[in-house]
Each structure stands twice: as structure tokens, then as C-alpha cells.
Design a protein around this ligand. Structure first.
Ligand code: GLU
Length: 468
């Protein structure tokens, strides 16, 4: 195959959402799989709704996801010359013509077509009039009167559209701006794009774009239209279904590789594999196996996917990743300066219990607070810090004071002997101890919690709990 060139072409009218991110992932993967190129094009021609801050946010989200693009992003607002030159050449070759029909006239034509049960369309009034340029005139493509546009979609298979269903579309508006279809064809051709992957909300534009390619005698790229991502109720995806923008996922502590793996699986499969490293995705994704049926977004599965990726990380890497969340979460408490080795210890204790970095950072709270600031759950304290419970805690204080070395294994041994020597079960001892150390009935293995806290802090917590 000749070089594969793909692109992602967002309109900067909002943040990058998961639908757009998935389109970007597929386009990026196809290029990377075939060792080709992946370009970014900012479709900013809607001057009212496009904002620089959205462009910046989209680029930041792409970077965070690791979707590196080749060259510099292309901005449509900077390419009027390219669009005009192609429109001019279509005029010169007789494939396009000037039209002076007003929007009201065109609407009336549509209405009259509708009233006879036909497709609403422009009736070709100016097609053979040989008009030249002039105020208020647009340029339209002179499409063939009969025939079919046929293309093999990478996702949907063969699509055939009768040209009689289409009309002489506008290429350049009366205000001189190119239409979306004209600009996209001009850009995709100029950028050498060989495969266009986009949302299937654009599938009805594709036959029109093919007509422009044909009129310009340019090679037509391959198209792949991926179905929308839906909510679990099969309705249009929104925040209410738990969907967030890519930037929000970053702030909530998702791992980019988890989001990429999850989104790639939404509409694509490779056997029954669920989790993919970046390298695996690049190796396996060749544009095949794209599902023509709409996939439903499942926040619980995304959370599960993220938890799996978090658990597979080397502990040092996880500590580095959680560090900014700890700084943010604990700045107000003055507890944000946690050394790396303590972060590693905390990650060891809690990573099986959190499914994102923010939840992980929050789980650290009871162990980061000093004994004096520990907050006790009223319910757990009332239930477990009873006189009997406190009796065990006092006895354990003496034993823990003497425990050498103060490490998880030796702490375990002395806890076991205390339970055995006094004919108790762990259920008698663990709840008061856990409530004393954590403030509530949560957390990891008690011996590991104590080893992490160290002797002094462990004893301070038990002492304070005994006084409650
Ligand atoms: N700018 C269009 C969008 O954001 C994409 C057009 C295309 O991929 O051809 O929906």
C-alpha cells in the first residue's frame, strides 16, 4: 500500500469529547499502524462559534492522550487562497457556475419540491445561465444529472447514492466563504489524505465530496464513518450518561492509556481482548473490524479499565502520577509535600482500592493527617471504641511499644499471638484497631498501615482513640 495519510479535523467550538477522541484515536492508529502520517486540521471557519481557547484545549487533550500529530496543525481560516483557487478552476472548467438565487428563492424551491413529495433541493435555475461574478452571487457545482455515487465505506460497507437525490451544492457562499464540503475536499487533497475516518453524522456529505473530487479530477480517498457513541439507554450521549470531556477525565485522574484503550474498544475489536497497550493497538489496528452498529458508553467499564491500568503500573510511576493530585488535594491542609518514598508506600496500601488517581489521592487522607487531626466516624467510633475495644487497644499499646523491628511481618506476629494467647478472634481486635488508626472501618491491612505510620504515630493514634 502507498503511504497511509490520515487526519483529525475538529471544529474548535467546544472541548474534545469522547466521540471526537475516539475518531482521533482511530485515525491516529491507522496512520501509525501503517507507518504513515497523521495530521491535525482545525476547522475554524465558523467564526462565531470557534474560539482559540477551544483549539488550545483540543491540542492539550490530544497531547495528553498521546495522539501525536505530524507537522503543524492546519487552520482552515488561513487557507482561503487554496479554496478560492479550486473554486476558480471549477468555474473555468465549466464544472461550476455562478448563481444569483436568493436564500428565499432557494427555500421556495425546496418547499415546492417537498410539497410534491420530492427531496427538497435547488432546482438548477442558474445552471445554464452563464452568469459571471457579482454582488450576492454564490458558486455552485454542476453535478451530473444521472448516475450513482458508489463508495466502499471502511465501516458501513458499500454505499450507493443516486445523484438525483442531490442538488447543485454551493461551493462558495455569496460572502466569499467556502462551504464545509468544498474546504474539506480542498484540504484533504492538499494534505494528501488517503483515509478519512469521521463520525457518521458526515456520511451524507461524502457523496457530495466525491462529486467535487470527480469534478476536479482528483483521487478520491477511502472513507470510514464510525457510528455515534450512545448512552446505555441508546440515546444521544451526554453528561447525564456519565460522559465527560477528555480534559475532565484528566482532572478526575484517569490514565490516558486507559481512556485510549477503552475508547478504541468502543466500536472496534480484536478477538475478545479488552485491555490494550498503545503498542498493541498500533500493532492490531488496521482499519478492519470496525463495528457498524453504534456502541454504548459504559462508565463502569471505563472505571474498571482504568483500575486495571493503574494496578499494572510500576509503583514508582504510579507515585509520580498521583503526586500532582496529592498536591492539589492537600494544599489547603498543608500536607501536600509528601516525599516520593511515602507516596510509594501509600500507593502500595491503596492502589487496589481506588480506580482513579483522584480517588487514590483522597484515600491517603487518614494516613497523611497527624493523629491529632484524624477525624473519626461517629458511627464506627460508637460501635468499636467501646470499653472492651479500648481494653484491647491499651493492651496492644504495650505490645506494640516492644515490637522489634516495627515492621509489617513482626507486627503481624505480635497481633496473632495477642489474639491466640487471649482466646480471641481477629474480629474482637481488628475493628477497634482499625477505627483507631484510620478513623473509620476502611483501609488496607492493619499491619501494613502500622508499619507505614511508624511506631510513634501508631501509638499516638491508639492513645487518642482510648481517650474518646
Ligand atoms: N470538522 C468536522 C467535525 O468536527 C469534521 C469534518 C471531517 O472530518 O470531515 O465534525
Amino acid at each position: 500500500m502507498s503511504e497511509v495519510i490520515t487526519r483529525f479535523a475538529p471544529s474548535p467550538t467546544g472541548h474534545l469529547h469522547i466521540g471526537g477522541a475516539r475518531t482521533a484515536i482511530f485515525s491516529w492508529l491507522l496512520a501509525r499502524h501503517f507507518g504513515g502520517r497523521f495530521y491535525l486540521r482545525i476547522e475554524d471557519t465558523d467564526l462565531l462559534r470557534s474560539k482559540q481557547e477551544y483549539t488550545d484545549a483540543i491540542l492539550a487533550s490530544m497531547r495528553w492522550l498521546g495522539l501525536d500529530w505530524d507537522g503543524e496543525p492546519v487552520y482552515q481560516t488561513q487557507r482561503a487562497g487554496l479554496y478560492n483557487s479550486l473554486v476558480d478552476s471549477l468555474l473555468a472548467s465549466g464544472h461550476a457556475y455562478w448563481c444569483e438565487c436568493t436564500p428565499e428563492e432557494v427555500e421556495a424551491m425546496r418547499e415546492s419540491a417537498r410539497s410534491c413529495g420530492a427531496k427538497p433541493r435547488y432546482n438548477g435555475k442558474c445552471r445554464e445561465r452563464g452568469l459571471g461574478p457579482g454582488e450576492g452571487r454564490c458558486v455552485r457545482l454542476k453535478i451530473p444529472l444521472t448516475g450513482k455515487i458508489v463508495f466502499e465505506d471502511m465501516v458501513k460497507g458499500r454505499i450507493a447514492v443516486d445523484v438525483e437525490e442531490l442538488d447543485d451544492m454551493v461551493l462558495r457562499r455569496a460572502d466569499g466563504m467556502p462551504t464545509y464540503n468544498m474546504a474539506v475536499v480542498a484540504d484533504d487533497n492538499e494534505m494528501g489524505v488517503t483515509h478519512v475516518i469521521r463520525g457518521d453524522d458526515h456520511v451524507s456529505n461524502t457523496p457530495r465530496q466525491i462529486l467535487i473530487y470527480e469534478a476536479l479530477d482528483l483521487p478520491v480517498p477511502r472513507f470510514g464513518h464510525v457510528p455515534m457513541i450512545l448512552g446505555r439507554d441508546r440515546q444521544k450521549l451526554s453528561k447525564r450518561h456519565g460522559a465527560r470531556s477528555v480534559m475532565e477525565y484528566e482532572q478526575e485522574g484517569l490514565l490516558p492509556q486507559a481512556l485510549v484503550s477503552y475508547l478504541a474498544r468502543l466500536g472496534w475489536s480484536h478477538g475478545d481482548q479488552e485491555l490494550f497497550s498503545r503498542q498493541e493497538l498500533i500493532a492490531f489496528f488496521d482499519g478492519g473490524n470496525l463495528n457498524p452498529a453504534a456502541a454504548a458508553f459504559d462508565p463502569a467499564k471505563l472505571e474498571w479499565t482504568n483500575a486495571q491500568f493503574m494496578r499494572a503500573l510500576p509503583m514508582d510511576d504510579l507515585a509520580d502520577l498521583v503526586a500532582p493530585f496529592v498536591r492539589r488535594e492537600y494544599a489547603e491542609d498543608g500536607l501536600d509535600d509528601v516525599p516520593q518514598n511515602r507516596l510509594v508506600g501509600l500507593c502500595l496500601l491503596f492502589r487496589e482500592r481506588a480506580s482513579d488517581l483522584l480517588a487514590l489521592a483522597r484515600a491517603f487522607r487518614p494516613l497523611l493527617l497527624p493523629a491529632t487531626r484524624l477525624v473519626y466516624s461517629e458511627k464506627d467510633a460508637a460501635k468499636h471504641l467501646t470499653e472492651t475495644g479500648k481494653g484491647h487497644l491499651r493492651a496492644l499499646m504495650g505490645i506494640l511499644e516492644a515490637c522489634e523491628p516495627f515492621e509489617a511481618a513482626s507486627i503481624n506476629r505480635i497481633l496473632n499471638s495477642y489474639v491466640a494467647d487471649n482466646n480471641l478472634t481477629f474480629k474482637d481486635v481488628a475493628p477497634p484497631l482499625r477505627t483507631a488508626l484510620m478513623g473509620f472501618m476502611g483501609g488496607s491491612h492493619l499491619n501494613e498501615i502500622m508499619a507505614f505510620l511508624g511506631r510513634e504515630e501508631t501509638l499516638a493514634r491508639i492513645r487518642r482513640a482510648c481517650l474518646l
